[in-house]
Design a binder for this molecule. Structure first.
Ligand code: FAD
Ligand code: SF4
Length: 328
């Protein structure tokens, strides 16, 4: 078995400095939030880290606070804390629903918000050690192989789907991600945090080496905002979304004044449905409008040989999600 070094960080700044020092010495460091994804990958040999920078010993960035600017969520808050937080449940119900839909209670009790955003792809080939784009290789085995759970939007050269349930909700609420690195902090809108494989075939986000996701700020939604997260799975529980729909709608009576609809499980990044959003603006939420929104949601989709079932599933999920937010 490979020898691993564990470094217990005392603070966010300690963690990023430790990671930078490890890298300066020519070794590979990885941050461990809850470790639910990272430690399995290290055991399987798909993550090459030889030094773990342990964030469980960091006491900051765990709180969830409501202030004038919105709700601030520490990157090290667990998913259980997110789903149980009173402000999140009252102001951002879609986020509470998405957190509650993740995996199992055991996973939610240790998995962190930041780790959920940065979990690696769950593509069967990558997880089983195939030397594909995500492992630094130069081919994708799924494109002509097993691709039943892969992307119908935004694919190529890798066809992964982004696995996080809470990421599309944070994009829909236009959250701001605060990143901490050895040279200081920077802020990135949630929608710009995730990158398509055609931009970067190896990494799923804009984090630099030694940089970590420290905090997420969700601006207070305007009055009359309603939201939901609707998840379809290929079994009853404990798994990632086949399709997840994060819908955030601002209403005047039953008429939509503004909408954000973002999908998980269908693209390598949380996939925003701008055509659906534009269609909904100004319309009352009726069964017919919701049905049309569902139809529009799959315009431009490019299914692979084995994932055409995602087209009707996406349409139906968007339809139900939109209609579920009708007034009354
Ligand atoms: C059986 C099972 C079912 C699951 N079902 C779901 C599901 O339904 N929905 C869903 O969304 N997810 C699901 N997951 C994934 C699970 O949510 C993730 O494993 C978890 O969110 C990762 O969080 P963590 O804190 O344990 O991350 P870790 O395992 O600690 O880290 C994951 C990755 O993120 C990096 N990382 C960790 N913290 C930071 C940070 N602060 N900044 C930058 N990088 C960081 C690590 O280096 C690593 O690459 C499932 C996992 C399992 C094992
Ligand atoms: S979809 Fe991505 S992770 Fe899966 S085999 Fe292709 S390149 Fe690798």
């Amino acid at each position: 078995m490979r020898a691993l070094i564990n470094l217990d960080a005392n603070s966010i700044s300690d963690a990023v400095q430790a990671a930078a020092q490890v890298r300066a010495e020519g070794r590979i460091a990885a941050f461990s939030g809850g470790g639910t994804d990272l430690l399995q990958q290290i055991k399987d040999g798909t993550d090459p880290a030889d030094v773990i920078v342990n964030l469980r010993t960091v006491n900051e960035a765990r709180e969830i606070e409501e202030g004038a600017g919105g709700i601030s969520i520490g990157g090290l808050a667990t998913l259980t804390r997110v789903m149980e937080n009173a402000a999140v449940r009252a102001r951002l119900p879609a986020l509470a629903q998405a957190a509650e839909s993740v995996g199992t209670p055991q996973i939610r009790n240790v998995a962190t918000v930041a780790g959920n955003m940065t979990q690696r792809p769950w593509c069967w080939y990558y997880r089983n050690g195939f030397n594909c784009f995500k492992a630094g290789g130069e081919e994708c085995f799924s494109v002509n192989g097993e691709n039943g759970q892969h992307a119908i939007f935004g694919g190529g050269p890798s066809f992964i789907v982004h696995p996080s349930d809470i990421a599309p909700v944070l994009v829909a609420f236009e959250a701001i991600f605060q990143l901490a690195g050895p040279d200081g902090e920077r802020e990135v809108p949630a929608a710009e945090f995730f990158v398509l494989p055609r931009v970067d075939p190896v990494n799923e986000n804009v984090l630099d080496e030694s940089e970590l996701l420290a905090r997420i700020v969700v601006p207070s939604p305007p009055e009359n905002t309603v939201s939901s997260y609707y998840k379809v799975m290929d079994r009853a529980a404990w798994t990632h979304a086949e399709i997840g729909v994060a819908t955030v709608i601002r209403r005047d009576g039953n008429a939509v004044t503004d909408a954000r609809v973002v999908l998980s499980g269908v693209a390598p990044i949380p996939w925003r449905l701008r055509a659906v959003e534009e269609f909904l603006a100004g319309k009352p939420i009726t069964a017919e409008v919701a049905r049309e929104a569902g139809e529009i949601s799959i315009e431009g989709a490019q299914p692979l040989a084995k994932n055409r079932h995602k087209l009707p599933m996406t349409s139906a999920a968007v339809e139900r999600s939109v209609f579920g937010l009708a007034a009354g």
